[in-house]
Write a protein that binds this ligand. Structure first.
Ligand SMILES: Cc1ncc(COP(=O)(O)O)c(C=O)c1O
Length: 424
């Protein structure tokens, strides 16, 4: 760690000061030989577990054929097959096309470029609590000031923010439909601030907030948003970077929310840990930028594409049903937690993508980030890696590999149980 501090910039944070030697399934082994249960999955990436043999063998096979040509110099089949799979698996029966990039943020950038090119409009509406990445447009769309935005202004022009339907923290929260209707009214005001509907190129939303604290958007709100965007020629973009590839129990969260965006962005879990991201959308929208207008040296790397095809096949075989089973088990266990700790304000999520929101007092809902840190530290000391989330740093989120076995899940949950009952 001393060497890390000497040679590496201060900026990249670590959940725990643990150097990794190897990883397999849901387990990580550190350089001292300690084994830890990984309930963070490298920020929701190794959905198929660490180093599944099917993925590793495809990586090995592809790396002995060729590592790189750049799709912009010489194309190869793997890129096309990944695009074909995404066109099939993303919601919507219309003709689709896909563009591949390297990171989530890069996919967000490209989705915005494509929407602006298609509509000839400039404004983009995003939401409170959103996280879309750290490059300049993605950062401009991201909501949280500290640590992401502080000191990095000025941001991109043409970005307008609207409230997210965060039921637990909605003022005077009543029935879910009230939140949806009131939040949609607020959205219409944001459209006014952005210069009116005919100035708006795109609306970008996470169907379930990721870094924002695992808050699912209600179906009714998404449906109102969809209706408005299609009536007004606005490109509706779903950021499924954290929710995709089985994280919520279906291929994409949109499926469970009856939500069909015009463009869906994916990354993280797509290639089992190799860097790859995608923008998938209506063919006529995706084809708006002309030849050479979008691209990059590394986007859709052949080794990452080979890994992605193996990930698709693991998900198709049995992983989605297992993911739903562990989601159901986790949901049942989490229902018992409010009795263990008076600080649990909200318990929420979809499928296995679940989280708890910690508060100092259930009545005032004052966020409790200190307790959140203590829980994560306590669990880490006992061998379970967890991550926080939320605009107030008071959410503990569960991002285990979806291949986690029921006994491994229970082993981790036991430690979380004891953290909740012993820490105040
Ligand atoms: C919803 C969402 N969008 C975008 C990003 C940015 O992805 P990346 O870190 O690969 O640039 C993230 C990363 O956490 C994310 O969760």
């Amino acid at each position: 760690m001393e060497e890390r501090l000497r040679h590496v910039a201060r900026g990249p944070f670590h959940v725990a000061p643990i150097f990794v030697e190897s990883a397999s399934g849901a387990w990580v082994t550190d350089v001292d030989g300690n084994r830890l249960l990984d309930f963070a999955s490298g920020i929701g990436v190794v959905n198929v577990g660490h180093c599944p043999p099917e993925v590793v063998s495809q990586i090995n096979a592809q790396s002995s054929r060729f590592l790189h040509t750049s799709f912009n110099v010489l194309p190869y089949e793997g890129y096309v097959r990944v695009a074909q799979k995404l066109n099939e698996k993303t919601p919507g029966k219309f003709p689709k096309k896909t563009f591949l990039a390297n990171s989530g943020a890069e996919a967000v950038e490209n989705a915005v470029k494509i929407a602006r090119s298609f509509t000839g409009r400039e404004s983009i509406i995003c939401f409170d609590h959103a996280f879309h990445g750290r490059t300049y447009m993605a950062l401009s769309l991201t909501a949280k000031e500290k640590p992401y935005k502080q000191g990095f202004a000025p941001y991109c022009e043409g970005v307008f923010r609207s409230p997210f339907p965060y039921a637990y923290r909605w003022p005077g929260a009543g029935a879910e439909s009230d939140v949806s209707v009131e939040c949609f009214e607020a959205f219409r005001k944001s459209v006014g601030n952005a210069g009116g509907a005919n100035k708006i190129a795109a609306v970008i939303i996470e169907p379930v907030l990721g870094e924002g604290g695992f808050v699912p958007a209600p179906k009714e709100f998404l449906s109102l948003l969809h209706g408005y965007c299609s009536e007004n020629g606005i490109v509706l973009i779903a950021d499924e970077i954290q929710t995709g590839f089985g994280r919520t129990g279906t291929f994409f969260a949109c499926e469970q929310l009856d939500f069909t965006p015009d463009i869906l962005i994916s990354a993280k879990g797509i290639a089992g840990g190799l860097p790859l991201s995608a923008v998938t959308g209506r063919a006529e929208i995706m084809d708006a930028p002309g030849e050479g207008a979008i691209g990059g040296t590394f986007g859709g790397n052949p080794v990452a594409c080979a890994a992605a095809l193996a990930v698709f096949s693991i998900l198709e075989k049995s992983l989605l049903s297992h993911s739903r089973e562990i989601g159901t088990a986790l949901e049942a266990r989490m229902k018992t937690w409010p009795e263990l700790s008076p600080h649990i304000g909200d318990v929420r999520g979809i499928g296995p993508m679940r989280a708890i929101e910690l508060v100092a007092d259930r009545k005032t809902k004052e966020p409790h980030p200190e307790l959140t840190k203590k829980i994560i530290h306590y669990c880490c000391e006992r061998g379970v890696i967890l991550m926080s989330a939320g605009s107030y740093g008071n959410v503990v989120r569960f991002l285990f590999p979806l291949t986690v076995k029921m006994d491994e899940l229970n082993e981790g949950l036991k430690i979380i149980d004891s953290s909740l009952s012993s820490l105040k």
